[in-house]
Design a protein around this ligand. Structure first.
Ligand code: SF4
Length: 218
């Protein structure tokens, strides 16, 4: 009999090719407090979205509407081909990695003959580890999708509703190894092979949506 543990029942998780596949946005929750994922997705506790989340969704919709007014509809493969000779911009690109168990929508991609810049829009202008992990996961899934195209990939964070890129790096071997390490940990969490760790930061607990339900609240 195999010793491999089964993936536990987790709300919002899909099993694709035997691998737990989760929305890349969960890495934000993970960076805030790993245990909040347990409360929301294993225990199924439902709480209202924060004010920041609601504002973020509205700004996101407005950006999308503005972009759609001037955009030309095309296919992903047409864009890939065209971008070998000219600069292109695309929004809301769906990516999935069945290998690493992640999926999500990339806010914006700049495609040029030399490189791809993967942009994630965030409120404010601080590059938190959680937001960095999120954009690196988008890069990893994008890399899997483009296959043999060897153009460089850059990860960038931009202040939502502005043109201000406040952080960017090359998605190099080191960045790729770091994000794969975290994604492997997520898989172990889903299988119950390692426990979800609550934060030690009382300021996070004070603002946490789940603090009325959490036995580890500081
Ligand atoms: S209350 Fe604190 S420990 Fe509990 S889930 Fe929220 S942030 Fe984590």
């Amino acid at each position: 009999m195999s010793n491999e543990k089964k993936i536990m029942k987790v709300k919002g998780l899909q099993i694709i090719n035997g691998v737990a596949n989760f929305p890349i946005s969960w890495l934000n929750k993970h960076g805030y407090c790993e245990y909040s994922i347990y409360l929301e997705h294993h225990k199924g506790i439902i709480v209202s979205p924060t004010k920041e989340m609601t504002i973020g969704s509205k700004i996101h919709e407005k950006l999308e509407d503005d972009f759609n007014e001037d955009s030309i509809e095309t296919t992903f493969s047409e864009m890939m081909e065209l971008s070998k000779s000219e600069d292109l911009l695309s929004r809301e690109i769906w990516v999935i990695s069945t290998k690493y168990g992640i999926h999500g929508l990339i806010d914006e991609i700049w495609m040029t003959p030399d490189e791809f810049i993967i942009i994630d829009d965030k409120p404010g202008h601080i590059a938190y580890t959680s937001t960095i992990n999120q954009v690196l996961a988008y890069c990893l899934a994008f890399k899997e999708i483009i296959g043999n195209d060897k153009r460089k990939i850059r990860a960038a964070l931009r202040t939502r509703g502005t043109d201000e890129i406040f952080w960017n790096i090359d998605f190099d071997d080191k960045a790729e190894k770091n994000i794969i390490k975290l994604l492997n940990r997520m898989q172990r969490l889903f299988k119950g092979e390692t426990p979800y760790i609550p934060t030690n930061n009382p300021r996070k607990c004070a603002k946490c949506r789940f603090n009325n339900y959490c036995e580890y609240k500081k």
